[in-house]
Design a protein around this ligand. Sequence first.
Ligand SMILES: NC(=O)c1ccc[n+]([C@@H]2O[C@H](COP(=O)([O-])OP(=O)(O)OC[C@H]3O[C@@H](n4cnc5c(N)ncnc54)[C@H](OP(=O)(O)O)[C@@H]3O)[C@@H](O)[C@H]2O)c1
Length: 476
Amino acid sequence: MKVLLTGANGYIGRRLKGRLLYEDSSLRLLVRNPKSLTPNAKVEILQGDAFDIDSLERALEGVDVAYYLIHSLQHKNYRELDKLSAHNFLNAAIKKKVKRIVYLGGLGVKEQASTHLLSRIETGEILSSRPQEIETVWIRAGVIIGSGSASFEIIRHLTEKLPIMVTPKWVKTLAQPIGVDDVVSYLVGAKDIVMDENVIVDIGSQKMTYKEMMLACANALGLRRWIFPLPILTIQLSSYWLNFFTPVPYNIARSLIEGLSSEVIVQNGNAKVYFPDITPLCFESAVKQAIHEMEKNQVFSRWSDASGGEDVWEKEFISDSSSALLLDRQKVKLEDVSKQSLYRVCCSIGGDEGWFGYNWLWEIRGVMDKMLGGAGLNRGRRDAYHLRVGESVDFWRVEDLKENERLLLRAQMKVPGKAWLEFKIQGDEFIQTAYFYPRGLLGRLYWFILIPIHYFVFKDMIRSIVEKARNLKRDK
Ligand SMILES: NC(=O)c1ccc[n+]([C@@H]2O[C@H](COP(=O)([O-])OP(=O)(O)OC[C@H]3O[C@@H](n4cnc5c(N)ncnc54)[C@H](OP(=O)(O)O)[C@@H]3O)[C@@H](O)[C@H]2O)c1
């Protein structure tokens, strides 16, 4: 069986890819930025985009089962984009005679759906709209619990940071959470189930309210928490509140909060009918599993892994090279420090390690970013030592990695322009460069006001990196 996986660098896609590799089928991945995946001899990686029909048709050539995990939540007009993308995919899949599409959408009923859920429902409806020509398995999940999942990160951050919570009344809404490993098991099984017509499979473990989830999470973390629902908290206030206390930026917090007022519970018994061998873990066990993965530094994917289709640096750099480029460049000779140690230290940047000096200034910048609705510093890192292209590091994203040569980070904080931070080892030099393409007058003002701060921060940064790399050598 030839299988195509789309959204392969997203939260679910990365985990599903890991499981499909053990299946007796050949696997092809469709991604917008192939650099975001580590090459693997067992997998064919194709570059493509749901809005580029030729690339879709190339990817679907000879495919039996195609997984559809594409979602454009990071864009403001995601509902329209998601509809178009589903139409393109369905048409290309039918043209290429694909037998089955497997889609993972959200749980809930259309009448009470938020815009986010509605978009997930519309996608499912489009993908299953031509049953005479292609089969569709539409799996619907609500709150997914797993290390790095947006829902779990929200619940965990709120629980850890706030001993007493005054919450909106949605904490009393019923939901049916499910562990991410179980979601992946259903998806893997979906390619093989025998069915006479298209099926919708609702999945979830026990029914519980968000308040019960937070208290159970506190329990698993060994904490005692008190929650008091207050009916006057609005969606907007709650979104700011989530944005401030959790790693989730305002636009994503808002889409999620809008959905929390309606129940997300299983509407059909198809999970038992078509997947009798899967019994989902209970909420507490799924939370323990997620915490275990985090403690062991084994977070396989995170909600912030998807790039949102941001252009890669080279492309923008070349196309933008006529515009004003401001930069801060620091250089040192390698002398007694090896390339390997330097690269290793650079790759440990952010998260608990901090930003190699003036961490308090970075913290202030993180708080300011949160106040502007950005991601802030508390997205942290997936893994304390290793990075991969596309993943987030605090309010940066890894844009390029070349072992012992280069690490390039792109700023995702709210800035009036585009900013990158590059660490490069070239010949006998270590070069650290902050690039900035200002947007209008504000962008230029921003850069020039920050020059004195940058002077200290970047000088100290390169000095600390070299110092740490030197110590790393001594520690060996
Ligand atoms: N995660 C959850 O908690 C959860 C819960 C319930 C249901 N679901 C459903 O599960 C599915 C997957 O969710 P997820 O959390 O894994 O999403 P995700 O992490 O946001 O990943 C979305 C994927 O879609 C890709 N994509 C977006 N636009 C594309 C385009 N034009 N062409 C090609 N690829 C494109 C992204 O690639 P880039 O990296 O290039 O942007 C990314 O790989 C969604 O349908 C979602 O509704 C998820």
